[in-house]
Write a protein of this length. Structure first.
Length: 401
């Protein structure tokens, strides 16, 4: 959830993942003050002279002189957090922290996709519809091996975002490996202003309502409520909620949307290192509960999408159809530090109402239907077709070529 209050909750559930047009989605991000460190928390066996020995050696002997103390200091802090081996915990030096905070509210220039780390490699979680990334043919699950010829091995998400984002009209070259292919290929993507309509709907054959949510932005909740009222009045025979390639977004939006099926029940809960749990209850009125519902998901469904799908699945309010979701289920807290640098730290994990962990496992569909590369190439959508058939609707005519 992101709010304008001091506590800003932002879902970063890659399972944090970075939305390249500037918003970070999919994990719970809150602004927080971390407690000061006390001497008892430091391992007495830690040889802190070792750090200063390395510092001194670098300062005196590194070939490119002079060495900037501030660069060394910030690099040390970044390395400290990287020692956690958690791609979602990141130290941001002041200029990156400022950009990060700006990105949480406003319009942005970039390519319109979310990235994360999966299997140790920079991975596209989801290209958003009608964005440069989508138009360039990038797919969920594509691996990014280089950005403008810079190798991404060991690259952090913050650096990758910094390299991919840029002014409208400029080009970034991504070296991509697509699943099933034998070699990488370069894809040129022209950056643009990203402005996404997040909710749309239509009434398909046999009065089956089709509702597409591309991500959970600040405006999504308002738009969803208006569309939900129209759907209820239409009295459809079934409802398809399409969360495919939805990388997540505002926690509050996903939780409250769940309330249109689960009333005021618990939609999700978090658990921290001490075992403390926090519940998030929906605030809806179950207006859509009486309509048979199928939720479409794929590997590009992450973060808030997994929370919503998991809640409807646990309460038996919807059939989940498609492919296993991404699996981003960690909660991050953000603290702005004394020099305006920032620390984003994983502090908890998400669980569905029945206690299933989302992190790394994702949501397993009740009905698994693959959407293959051949389907993409021939404009086929077997997942949507299957959902329409189950609900008694009519799939569209096959495209003619």
């Amino acid at each position: 959830m992101i709010s304008q209050k001091k506590a800003i909750v932002l879902l970063i559930i890659i399972s944090i993942v970075f939305l390249i047009f500037g918003i970070i989605l999919g994990g719970n991000l809150t602004q927080q003050k971390f407690p000061p460190i006390v001497s008892e928390e430091i391992n007495p066996d830690f040889d802190n002279d070792l750090f200063w020995s390395v510092w001194s050696a670098v300062k005196k002997n590194y070939v490119k002189q002079p060495v900037d103390d501030k660069d060394l200091f910030y690099g040390s802090l970044k390395g400290l957090v990287m020692g956690l081996d958690d791609p979602y915990s990141i130290f941001l030096k002041p200029e990156l922290a400022e950009k990060f905070l700006e990105d949480m509210s406003g319009s942005f220039e970039g390519v319109g996709m979310e990235i994360g780390i999966k299997d140790g490699r920079l991975t596209i979680i989801a290209p958003l519809p009608h964005t440069p990334a989508f138009r360039s043919g990038l797919r969920s699950g594509d691996k990014i091996f280089a950005i403008d010829e810079k190798d991404t091995s060991g690259m952090g998400l913050d650096e990758a975002v910094h390299l991919i984002r840029g002014p409208k009209g400029t080009t970034v070259t991504l070296t991509i490996w697509h699943q099933g292919e034998t070699k990488t290929k370069d894809v040129d993507v022209v950056r643009d202003v990203i402005d996404i309509k997040t909710v749309s709907w239509e009434l398909k054959g046999n009065k089956i309502a089709y509702l597409k949510v591309s991500h959970f932005s600040e405006d999504t909740w308002k738009d969803f409520k208006n569309i939900a009222r129209v759907i209820v009045k239409a009295n459809p025979n079934g409802l398809i909620l399409d969360l495919r390639n939805n990388p997540g977004g505002y926690l509050d939006t996903a939780v409250n949307m769940a309330g249109y099926w689960i009333d005021k029940e618990i939609a999700v809960f978090s658990r921290d290192a001490q075992g403390k749990e926090k519940e998030y209850r929906a605030q809806g009125w179950a207006d859509l509960k009486h309509i048979p519902t199928i939720v479409l998901v794929n590997q590009g469904s992450a973060s808030a999408s997994e929370i919503l799908a998991g809640a409807l699945q646990d309460y038996n309010q919807a059939t989940i159809l498609g492919e296993q979701t991404f699996g981003k289920g960690s909660v991050q807290e953000l603290e702005t530090l004394s020099d305006n640098s920032a620390l984003k730290l994983t502090v908890a994990y998400w669980y569905t109402p029945l206690g299933r962990s989302i992190d790394e496992q994702g949501i397993i569909p009740d009905i698994e239907v693959e959407h293959t590369e051949e389907d993409y190439l021939h404009d086929r959508d077997p997942q949507l077709d299957r959902a329409l058939l189950i609900l008694g609707g009519e799939p569209p005519e096959p495209p003619k070529h």
